[in-house]
Design a binder for this molecule. Sequence first.
Ligand SMILES: [Cu+2]
Length: 461
Amino acid sequence: MNFIAFKRLVLSLLMLMFSQVNAQSIRKDYREMTDYEKTELVNAFYTIRSTTPDRITDMANFHMDFFNYDNIDPDVLDIHFNLPDEPEKEIFLAWHRRFIFEMEQVMQAINPRISIPFWDSSQDQSPSAALWDEDFMGSFNSNWGLGRRLGLYNDLPSPSNVSNLMLETDFFEFSDDFERQTPHSGAHRWVSGAMITSASPRDPVFYLHHAYIDKLWHDWEELHHTSFYLRNDMIRYDGTYVFGGETLPVVDPNDILDSRALGVFYAENELAELDNYIISNTYNDPEYFYYQYTIQAGANFVATPGSSAVIESVNEVVLQPGFLAQSGAELLVTIDDQSSSTLLAKSTSVSDKREVNPFDPVELEQVWLWSEGDVDPDDAVVIIKTFPNPFDSHITIKLDKKRDCVIEIYNMVGALIKQVVFEFTDTLEVKNLYGLAPGTYVIKVVDSHGKTLVVKKVIKM
Ligand SMILES: [Cu+2]
């Protein structure tokens, strides 16, 4: 056995020992949060961002660095927009599930009652919604220089966009469509600013949006039970990535097909159902399940001897058949009394430092214009700028990133006028064009495999 194989064996044995890797979290629509929860969530984002090393920046940079390599080097593992014919590289849903969980874990170390809420962008579509209030997600825009332009692209998903997605039966098609269509990409585009770039995790709303994506995957999985990954490694969670002196764990995407594997439950319409879960205190001790409406625990929800958990509601906790607290388990089931409690009130720690701490501007080559709808992934090249247009003797095309490519210029009857090859550059300049007759031409950018990436009309003066 070679060393790598041995390392993998040891790692998988370690993973087996920790196979009950659970944390806890009741995630809810942000509109179902108490004021206390909202304040604590906002404070946590500010605290994490002003802590050295800054994990929000690190996570955004990682997301940016490994965003998408399909058109550059198909052998590099990446996170996004894997080509439909290479399902072994499709990692979008599981990767983001683990990613927002990393953020939630850090938040729960600050306050165990925190969970990342979700933003249902198919229902909650107003730029003046409570989501954007100055004391919720609003202040980050100016304080962190996020450059949001709410509604710039008017393509938030409709409820039927979401329900049609839910009807798909093939996991890879579902994942691929989900990523490219409005339920995922629409919200990125609608918020705009950082959210429309590969540095989108800079915007706290990224986490609320991806909690919604994760919930929809959970809903889909409850219907179809067919998620399965061919690729079993995940960058950042491959046992090699170190943040703040700590090596992040190895995560096999097939181990987190069920959000309950991470102790994550999604509440909806004033009901949180806790089921099929064993309290293990792997991450949090005690585990905290907090929801202001009804919490219903049953069907194989088990507190084992030595485990410790708190189930806390403002209104009601219902323990149903199947709920099991074994002797030796420490379990506090409690109703938080509204009248005597601070939980519904604004947090007293609202004076936590809310530093003005703008990010450096994202360089143009890092900008990613999220593809609209279900466009062909080959369109994943972005022309940042074509100039001058109209052109005279030369034309320059600026791409989103460096690539090997060929530019072809056609006239309007489809005859190839000129062809220039470029090696690994993002600036494509075609010179000596003064001989062309004035009029409209078509510029094609073709990759080194001969695939057409972009077609664009230009005008000769
Ligand atoms: Cu992403």
